[in-house]
Write a protein that binds this ligand. Structure first.
Ligand code: ATP
Ligand code: MG
Length: 258
């Protein structure tokens, strides 16, 4: 955090703001980053489809005991990984003792693209002073919490899916994110699956992918994570508010609650 940001947002005010937006990822993203300034001078905030996903999470939080499950399939460069980073920062920093896992298609993607994007948004994040972003995790600065309050960037291995097993956090929040999800092995999906029926935690499971390959398309479209009865399908359009728009096709997003 720069000196200017500290002056603009005294710590108590920032902590109070985090608490205010604990159930509202839309307001979180609007207030977390210096939209319209510096590096973000050409950007007003989330694109329309990104806002739609954030709204689905916000609205899903109104029904405790039901996992929030969202899948987005789109072309390249539309802002999926940026959205992953915002959801991660919101989930982690607004609710104490949140646990989470983020993974991506390959370890290289996780370690380079995703981590670089997370570093970018963490650097711009208004409340970064309370947290640390290491090579493998997002943690609170208060080390006494680091075992119970953390989101790990975890590479997957189909022969060792157990590192994705047993996600429990009674009375607290659990975040699971698959980026470039179509390339993630079925064994990992199946290992994570029980979290979707956990009634004791606030579960948010988001998958983002590119349907350009046949395999990827069917994995994203047919998984039971997003295909249960009551699934609503929306095709949000790109935002007219962004002064710069990134290239990519219109995403298809689905939500489901279990
Ligand atoms: N609403 C936004 N405002 C400002 N910058 C954004 C926004 N959304 C995305 N970006 C930026 O646009 C660039 C491309 O976004 P991102 O990498 O998230 O796309 P992607 O859909 O994950 O791409 P790929 O399909 O290649 O993985 C990144 O630099 C990201 O930080
Ligand atoms: Mg991406």
């Amino acid at each position: 955090m720069t000196t200017a940001q500290v002056v603009d947002h005294p710590l108590e005010e920032t902590a109070a703001w985090l608490s205010d937006v604990a159930s509202d990822p839309v307001s979180f993203v609007e207030g977390a980053f210096p939209w319209g300034e510096g590096e973000l001078v050409n950007f007003d905030g989330p694109m329309e489809w990104q806002r739609w996903v954030l709204e689905q999470i916000r609205d899903g939080l109104l029904t405790p005991g039901k996992a929030i499950q969202i899948a987005v399939a789109s072309g390249h460069g539309i802002g999926k990984t940026a959205l992953v980073c915002w959801i991660t920062l919101w989930a982690m920093t607004t609710a104490g003792d949140t646990r989470g896992i983020i993974t991506a298609s390959t370890e290289a993607m996780l370690n380079t693209r995703l981590r670089a994007e997370l570093r970018k948004w963490f650097r711009l994040f208004r409340a970064q002073t309370f947290f640390d972003l290491t090579m493998t995790a997002l943690l609170p600065k208060d080390a006494s919490h680091e075992q119970t309050w953390r989101i790990d960037l975890l590479p997957w291995n189909p022969n060792r899916p157990e590192s994705f097993a047993g996600l429990h956090n009674a009375g607290r929040r659990i975040l699971v994110i698959f980026d470039e999800a179509s390339a993630i092995d079925r064994a990992i999906w199946e290992t994570v699956m029980p979290v979707a029926t956990d009634r004791d935690a606030e579960v948010i499971w988001c998958v983002f992918g590119n349907p350009s390959t046949r395999k990827g398309s069917s994995r994203i479209a047919s998984t039971t994570v997003i295909g249960s009865p009551g699934t609503s399908i929306a095709e949000p359009s790109r935002s007219p508010t962004n002064r710069n728009s990134s290239a990519g096709s219109r995403p298809t997003a689905r939500t489901a609650t279990s």
